[in-house]
Ligand binder design. Structure first.
Ligand code: ACO
Length: 335
């Protein structure tokens, strides 16, 4: 197959985190944990918690508005909105349709993607396929989560890990004559292993296990996780995906200027950096401030790296994620 003459370019980034900060010391007053344990095992120091009346779509809309402003585009210019989330406002309509309404993006086709922490990279690849094939010319790709709504605040194994946030990018079709456009997506690889669904899940609240008066007490509608197993699979799959995405882009590890990994655990990130032979200053990390915000971690980190000047035009960026499913993905960008 001859390569498509057109490609997708990220022309704006934006992010939003809620105001309320929940520190490790705050958590140690709720469950049997300590700042020392959480910091050593995860690298997380604090996380943001959305207000009771702040839904995933509210955070997504704020991040999207910032990305639109950075791209110098209006909401009506957007032809596709994909929201990656496991904490939608409601089962239906999609959070993307709610964001469409809040933005006034009347010309967009809208839907959600559920791939847990890999959701943003899955959504980016879906949008890229729409754009490269000419089905749509512009897209808003958003990763947004209110994970605090899925947390059992009595379970110290999980409640210390997660937070709330949203990040967004504006994607645009670029064709011949714009071969050096900034923010180009060079390659993406994706994978899934449904045999491991039970290692990380929210078992209740869906059609398999609706919440009833009888089961509500055991909190099936909260995150259940086998931490150690998840950790091992995350390191293996993310390292493999990163190497495959680089190869697909025709690049070497030494070409990478910055890795922007899913922000779950500092030890997972160090293990991946080691396997890729990259020094710490080429690995972006902000999980100390926000914890694991699932589909939001990568677009929030990309936006921060961009606005802080940590990445510059022409840099090779490697994005890599892993999450429930299990799912994993890696994307290479030429910034
Ligand atoms: N505070 C204090 N002690 C705790 C806490 C806590 N918050 N949580 C667990 N412990 C205890 C455990 O009970 C256990 O005690 P025991 O030895 O008496 O049984 C001990 O600490 C060690 O527990 P482990 O689970 O073995 O600790 P580990 O070093 O594996 O760290 C962690 C746990 C941080 C969850 C780690 O396994 C991890 O990060 N896994 C990846 C999971 C993840 O990030 N999932 C998110 C989605 S997927 C993804 O984003 C990659």
């Amino acid at each position: 197959m001859s390569p498509s003459p057109c490609t997708s370019s990220i022309i704006g980034t934006g992010s939003y985190v809620p105001e309320r900060v929940l520190t490790n010391d705050d958590l140690s007053k709720i469950v049997d944990t300590s700042d020392e344990w959480i910091t050593t095992r995860t690298g997380i120091k604090e996380r943001r918690i959305a207000a009771a009346d702040e839904a995933t779509s509210d955070m997504a809309t704020k991040a999207a508005l910032r990305a639109l402003e950075a791209a110098n585009m209006k909401a009506e210019d957007i032809e596709l909105i994909i929201v990656a989330t496991v904490t939608p406002d409601m089962f239906f309509p999609s959070t993307a349709c709610i964001v469409q309404k809040k933005l006034g993006a009347a010309n967009a086709v809208c839907f959600d993607i559920s791939a847990a922490c890999s959701g943003f990279l899955y959504a980016l690849q879906v949008a890229r396929n729409f754009i490269n094939t000419g089905t749509r010319g512009t897209a808003l790709v958003i990763g947004a989560e209110k994970l605090s709504s899925l947390i059992n605040w009595k379970d110290r194994n999980t409640c210390v890990l997660f937070g709330d946030a949203a990040g967004a990018v504006v994607l645009k079709r670029v064709c011949e004559g714009e071969a050096d456009a900034p923010g180009r997506v060079l390659s993406t690889v994706m994978g899934s292993d449904g045999n491991l669904v039970d290692l990380l899940k929210v078992p209740g609240g869906g059609s398999a296990c609706p919440i009833t008066a009888e089961n509500a007490e055991s909190r099936p509608n909260t995150i259940h996780m086998e931490g150690r197993e998840t950790f091992k699979h995350a390191v293996t799959r993310m390292s493999q995906a990163a190497e495959q995405a680089l190869e697909l882009a025709g690049l070497q590890k030494s070409d990478i200027n910055m890795v922007i990994p899913h922000q779950a655990n500092a030890r997972i990130i160090s293990a991946i950096a080691d396997r890729l032979g990259l020094p710490e200053d080429k690995t972006f990390m902000n999980l100390q401030k926000y914890g694991n915000t699932s589909a939001a971690t990568i677009p929030v980190a990309l936006d921060e790296a961009n606005r802080e000047g940590r990445i510059k035009r022409g840099d090779v960026l490697l994005l890599v994620a892993f999450g429930g499913g299990f799912t994993w993905a890696s994307t290479v960008l030429r910034w």
